[in-house]
Design a protein around this ligand. Sequence first.
Ligand SMILES: Nc1nc2c(ncn2[C@@H]2O[C@H](COP(=O)(O)OP(=O)(O)OP(=O)(O)O)[C@@H](O)[C@H]2O)c(=O)[nH]1
Ligand SMILES: [Mg+2]
Length: 332
Amino acid sequence: MKFIDETIIDVVSGDGGNGCVSFRREKYVPMGGPNGGDGGGGGSVILKTDANLSTLLDVSYRRSFKAKRGGNGKGKQMTGPTGEDCVLRVPVGTAIYDVESNELLADLDKKELEFIAAKGGRGGRGNMHFVSSTNQAPRKAEPGTPGEKRRIRLELKLLADVGLVGLPNAGKSTLISTVSNAKPKIADYPFTTKIPSLGLVRIEADRSFVMADIPGLIEGAHTGVGMGIQFLRHIERTRIILHLIDPVDLANPDPIANYKAIRKELESYGEHLANRPEIIVLTKMDLPEAKVKSDEIIADLKKLSGNKVVCLSAATRYNLEELLFSIGKVLF
Ligand SMILES: Nc1nc2c(ncn2[C@@H]2O[C@H](COP(=O)(O)OP(=O)(O)OP(=O)(O)O)[C@@H](O)[C@H]2O)c(=O)[nH]1
Ligand SMILES: [Mg+2]
């Protein structure tokens, strides 16, 4: 189980703009004094925590992040424009390390925290600053200081937001492998999944979450039957439970009874888990008999659970968007 999301990026701040050499030109004033303005400061690369994110997916899509250069100063004491910062949004809990020294630079453990990963260069001073009693017409101005360049590693301990539960063969691993980067083993025999896995799911720009796939539960799991309920601890802190039901499970032909059996196992694990928001997912809708069966039971299942029921096919992606949308509504 990959507990840590990690990515390495290059951050480059903007150079400061150069100071300007310029002199006043006015009618009837033969020798105007120096009036070259300062260069603008370069932009910084800033990491900022966002409570809506729970993975580093958005950052890891790009390798390098660059802020803008400051503008050069101009005559008439005009300061150059400040370079725009480059702001990266990262999830709360992101730790930042310098790749070269492996030093921990910052631990962004609260929301709306900022860390300047590369500070923008300073703008150079224009020649108006260099007047002295011996030099009334300085031809000197400073160049801006260069921006910083640094390679950093972002590290995030993953906590699952969404947990998948259901009988063996319900289609849990197939679902996580369809919507996320997780690639668990999938097969048509029970208890294919023996260890939990985590997947990162992206639903739109700046919206991603962590899904956990765990081994199937069966009736009596809380007494140790099958693989037991010990794996429920991996989804203990999730914010939603997706309860997957195969409506045409040959080994367990009554989907309503299946639903109740799994609910009983969740309840025996603890109220906190049983009271978690739940979305029921009827799987394998590409099979005609699954569609027929789901039409028969959907009203009863809604009434019994009081929860949303989504009919889904991971194989054809039927209603996959709708499911992700419903998850997004609970999470964000
Ligand atoms: N036709 C069809 N078959 C599916 C679909 N999703 C899963 N399956 C099949 O159902 C079987 C079980 O799928 P898994 O994803 O391994 O089920 P699981 O819930 O992870 O099972 P365990 O790990 O044993 O608990 C496999 O043969 C899958 O190919 C689907 O959308 N349509
Ligand atoms: Mg599985």
